[in-house]
Design a protein around this ligand. Sequence first.
Ligand code: PLP
Length: 403
Amino acid sequence: MTAPTTTSNWADRYTGALMNTFGPPRLVLTRGQGAQVWDDAGTRYLDLLGGIAVNALGHAHPAVVAAVTRQLDTLGHVSNFFATRPQIELAERLLAMDGRPGRVFFTNSGTEANEAALKLTRRTGRTHLVAAEGAFHGRTMGALAVTAKEAYRLPFEPLPGEVTFVPYGDAEALAAAVTDRTAAVVVEPVQGEAGVVVPPRDYLAAARQITADHGALLWLDEVQTGIGRTGAWLAHRNPELVDAELPVRPDVVTLAKGLGGGIPIGACVAFGDAATLLQPGNHGTTFGGNPVACAAALAVLDTIVAEGLLDHAAALGARLATGLAADARVSEVRAAGLLIGLDLTEPVSAEVVAAAQRHGFIVNNPTPDRIRMAPPLILTAGEADSFLAAWPQILDEALGEQP
Ligand code: PLP
């Protein structure tokens, strides 16, 4: 069984007016507050997906609302012939997360951040790329070229570039694939769309060494894992995920999703020599760096600090993971802060999504036997516990619905 879909007139209108790229909507949502959302029948849900790791501060957070309102009231948009203060401040804040000198290119989405990174790699004079099996980097043609899933790729081939895919987390396979012709290795510190797959703790350091040995760039896609999601600003700097004795210094980091707390923004952040590869005329965007989006992102960063959300995400993720794993029908839980994936002993993830929704919880199933959660970082312990209390019943119902 698939997740129940909404029956309202709005759903019919959706079907009549929108391209069928996502299938029928599960619900028509009308408002949100904190980690909760309401549908058009007035039913309340705990949003444990957070717009797929986007709503870092939940819904209608006063800091984001105030920042956006203030900025829109002051200066809503300018062309990139001009600079704005929020854009400059945000670029500086993102660079400060790393500490090395660098440069930022702002975009409106994750795929565009990766598109910018891909163009940047072309300016090395090399074209070969190495990406990982299971990787997801977006749907534009360049980002799709380094995305592994054949169902996404095949309808659009030929895709640009020469890309070698290697098993994720396997440093030896990576070493065998990278040559002196390789422009870059692109890798997610934790694979989100694959169902939250965490590589060995020394994998990124190995990737750094291998790329450095061949003069290739290391490009980390932190679109899903960045901005506090895993309990650290950036997953590749999270000592829970990466060996602290093997610090990883990438050439390029791409960001989006949680950065704007629901306002569309992405960023391609480059360091060292990589920061100056894109020169005037090489790339551009009308909306990227829009002051309203940048003001929202600054509010997100400030609020993560003010509310101690990095530690909170780490602690609450661990609490959820322990609670979810307590049920014998869960074979594995992989938690990187509040990015949580779990495997079920039976391929009933669609039934789990449906049962959870009936119980008032929104989760997602990236594969038939995997569930993923990426709730707002402001989720409370009480809210997390309400899901844990319902979890055995949700699994009972899901397994009872098996054909
Ligand atoms: N990169 C990663 C790791 C992602 O998880 C996603 C989206 O899920 C993207 C890139 C694409 O981002 P967007 O959907 O904003 O284009």
